[in-house]
Design a protein around this ligand. Structure first.
Ligand code: NDP
Length: 333
């Protein structure tokens, strides 16, 4: 597969260029909003073509897939352009700035018959897949609650638009709460119908929230607690799933690396649970390529991305208004 990168980003540099190459793909071109920046990025990463016009990628019939990792407000127009040109798309989360825009992207891909994936990497990890298998196998019985701990310290090189630019989609809720919404959807197989929340700017955010806590009510009656932050250097990450027959404690698993540990606790005692150590992003691209070939679906589909955005935006609205918000999922979710 020949790929075009839309967005000369950190995530492409650190994870996705390597994942594309590891799965036999060629990164053929990169498009940035600035031609000089695109050229520098291309030179740094051995990419043959670079420019500031989407047509560089969209008009090249030899490019079959695009990876969109620009700032969030650009995703919609870039995705619609790529879909109209017949490209398969992996789009970064959050898919767009509103649920309606995200649904529009996903519906356009369905109409065009191209494969569309959301880059929710956590459901590609061996740890999360193993936790889901434990739940599905009934090892902890009926699910009572899920607690997600995703308060991290945003590294200095990422302290740009994320912490000071609402128009670019900044804020911890579009950045991390979307991932946690997808984790709940992936593990529990259901989405909240309503949420309550609080958010704060606790030292890093300027005009956007850098911390959020929310409680979600699931259709089954299970409760989900979710905590995200950019300002917690030592908190660590993890999740706990509690059921009538057992509990799963997963530490260090809300990360881009295949690390962490899982412990299952039941009436039989405590058990360390092993999981496969594969690269999360390579797995995501592998699943995407298989979907294009007609085998299965991407790890996270377009509707998954619409759903995670719907939950995140409901959390923000609940925090902004101090009221319980019902989650509106849009047509594609
Ligand atoms: P970056 O800030 O690194 O890149 C986003 C855009 O900012 C780039 O496309 C680029 O615009 C511009 N930019 C980046 N660096 C510079 C610079 N030095 N000077 C000028 N402009 C610059 O963001 P991320 O890579 O962290 O995030 C990009 C997207 O990926 C977001 O949607 C984010 O939510 C998502 N993401 C997803 C992750 C996941 O694991 N799924 C993890 C991290 C991010 P241009 O291309 O126009 O030059």
């Amino acid at each position: 597969m020949r790929w075009g990168l839309i967005g000369a980003s950190t995530i492409a540099e650190q994870h996705m260029i390597g994942a594309i190459r590891a799965t036999g793909g060629e990164v053929a071109a990169v498009v940035s909003s600035t031609a000089a920046r695109a050229r520098d990025y291309a030179a740094q990463h051995a990419i043959a073509a670079a420019g500031d016009s989407l047509s560089l990628i969209l008009d090249d019939p030899s490019i079959g897939a695009v990876y969109i990792s620009s700032t969030n407000e650009k995703h919609r127009d870039q995705a619609l352009g790529a879909i109209a040109a017949g490209k398969h798309v992996i789009c970064e989360k959050p898919l767009a700035m509103t649920v309606a825009e995200a649904a529009e992207m996903v519906n356009a891909a369905q109409v065009a018959g191209v494969t569309f994936a959301t880059n929710h990497h956590l459901r590609c990890s061996g740890s999360h897949r193993t936790i889901r298998d434990l739940i599905r196998a009934g090892r902890i019985g009926r699910i009572l609650s899920l607690r997600i701990f995703h308060a991290v310290h945003l590294p200095p090189h990422l302290q740009g638009w994320r912490i000071n630019d609402p128009a670019a989609g900044g804020g911890v809720i579009p950045d991390i709460t979307v991932h946690d919404a997808d984790v709940a959807r992936f593990l529990l197989g259901e989405d909240p119908h309503s949420v309550v929340a609080q958010m704060a700017a606790s030292g890093m955010g300027q005009g956007v929230e850098d911390s959020a806590m929310s409680v979600w009510t699931m259709p089954s009656g299970a409760m989900v607690f979710s905590h995200e932050s950019f300002t917690h250097p030592f908190a660590g990450s993890g999740l706990e799933v509690h059921g009538t027959e057992g509990s799963i404690f997963a530490r260090g698993v809300m990360t881009q690396q295949p690390v962490g540990e899982i412990e299952l606790v039941t009436a039989q005692g405590r058990e360390a649970v092993p999981f496969p150590p594969h690269n999360l992003y390579v797995q995501g691209v592998t699943d995407f390529l298989a979907a294009i070939a007609g085998q299965g679906t991407p790890a996270a589909t377009g509707p998954d991305g619409v759903a995670s955005l719907a939950v995140a935006l409901a959390v923000r609205e609940a925090a902004r208004t101090g009221t319980r918000q019902h989650v509106t999922y849009g047509r594609a979710a």
